[in-house]
Design a protein around this ligand. Structure first.
Ligand SMILES: [Zn+2]
Length: 394
């Protein structure tokens, strides 16, 4: 029998995963009687962690029951995403909804200025919710080493210390507050930074298309191809936290050099330059914008562009099959330009994918589908990674 004390954190996780959970459903999920559940709920409401809504008739045997949601004074996580041209920040409450948001554009020239803008927004937000911020997560377009150092070759940023995205005032004193992480300040473990495609994978497994998958493979295509494998909702990290550089698997043409220093990388068969080569056009300066233009032309029925996109779709499907064969994933989600490739040439992608699967997987092939969270994936994942670390401390 689980003790009443252990059931508090258990119930917080349940409401976080499914806000609006009724008291009856909570009792069932906790395997607890009405009395124990009432006691746990009463304590968490008094600690300003949960609140109960008005009674609804959703209880067992039609009895009225009250939905559980985040307390309006409860703990918050700050989550931010920096992309190639903009940044966004949200304060996220238990259950995953945002209670505040900010954002702006940048020209990519100065990482210090971008981080200063995020830091100022974080400070304004933290002051608006005194004592309530428990952790901070940041998603960025590049490789993150040592947990906080960003290398973003497309922006020309190297060795950027991402801890500077968060105000000192916030790190020194989260305030007294209650609940997970309260009174401990925000230490390095609760300052999470990660590659945007990897964090999108976390977002999909927590609140998107991959909820409940045992081993979900997320493939995010933009300037290159990245992603991650999540196993039971947990990100597979690798030794340096950079597992998921799938675009550098040798599934491409060995005659094509990749910016990473290797040749024949899968990403070189999928990017804007690959589309330009297929069309006999010059290599684009902005590969993402160029890919979008070719996809627009293909969607409008232009034959050459259509053939180029089908080539990318075939390479994407074949590589996805190889990864499913190797990793035993039960779901593949596509993000970024991958969604558009699937829209324009989904038949080619699916056919190539099935053809690449080992025979024993073809009877019941793991589905390949669009990610559900779209552009919100990295931000959602950044918040969820911080929440998961908070739950580990409960
Ligand atoms: Zn490469």
């Amino acid at each position: 029998m689980t003790s009443g004390a252990a059931r508090g954190p258990q119930l917080l996780r349940l409401v976080h995963a499914g806000p609006g959970l009724t008291r009856a459903e909570a009792a069932h999920a906790l395997g607890a009687g009405t009395g124990t559940t009432t006691e746990v709920v009463t304590r968490l409401v008094a600690e300003q962690l949960l609140q109960e809504g008005a009674p609804t008739s959703g209880g067992r045997r039609g009895r009225p029951t009250r939905p559980l949601t985040a307390h309006p004074q409860g703990p918050l996580v700050l989550a931010a995403v920096v992309s190639h041209e903009s940044w966004r920040l949200q304060a996220v409450q238990l259950g995953g909804t945002a209670v505040a948001a900010a954002g702006g554009h940048h020209d990519g020239t100065d990482p210090a200025r971008v981080l200063a803008a995020v830091r100022a927004a974080a400070l304004r937000t933290a002051r608006r919710f005194p004592g309530r911020v428990r952790g901070c997560g940041l998603a960025v377009p590049g490789l993150v080493t040592d947990g906080h150092r960003l290398h973003a070759p497309l922006l020309g940023w190297s060795g950027v210390d991402l801890r500077r995205a968060w105000p000192r005032e916030l790190l020194d004193g989260g305030g007294p507050g209650t609940g997970p992480g309260a009174g401990r300040g925000i230490d390095d473990e609760l300052l999470v930074a990660g590659n945007d495609a990897r964090l999108a994978a976390v977002g999909e497994s927590a609140r998107g298309a991959a909820v409940g998958a045992r081993a979900a493979l997320h493939l995010h295509l933009d300037a290159g191809l990245g992603g991650a494998l999540t196993a039971g909702g947990v990100l597979v990290d690798g030794a340096r936290g950079s597992a998921g550089e799938f675009g550098h698997l040798p599934f491409g043409d060995p005659g094509v050099a990749c910016g990473c220093g290797a040749s024949g990388c899968w990403g070189t068969a999928l990017d804007g330059a690959a589309l330009a080569r297929a069309l006999g056009e010059p290599v684009p300066r902005d590969p993402v914008a160029s890919s979008h233009r070719v996809l627009d032309r293909a969607a409008a029925g232009e034959a050459g562009a259509g053939a180029a996109v089908r080539g990318v779709a075939a390479a994407l499907g074949r590589g996805a099959a190889g990864l499913v064969n190797a990793l035993d994933a039960d779901l593949v989600t596509l993000g970024g330009l991958g969604v558009r490739v699937a829209d324009v040439a989904g038949d080619v992608l699916q056919e190539s994918y099935r053809a690449g699967l080992m025979a024993f997987r073809r009877a019941d092939p793991p589905p390949v589908r669009a990610a559900a969270l779209g552009e919100d994936g990295p931000l959602t994942g950044a918040a969820e990674l911080v929440w998961s670390r908070l739950w580990a401390r409960c």
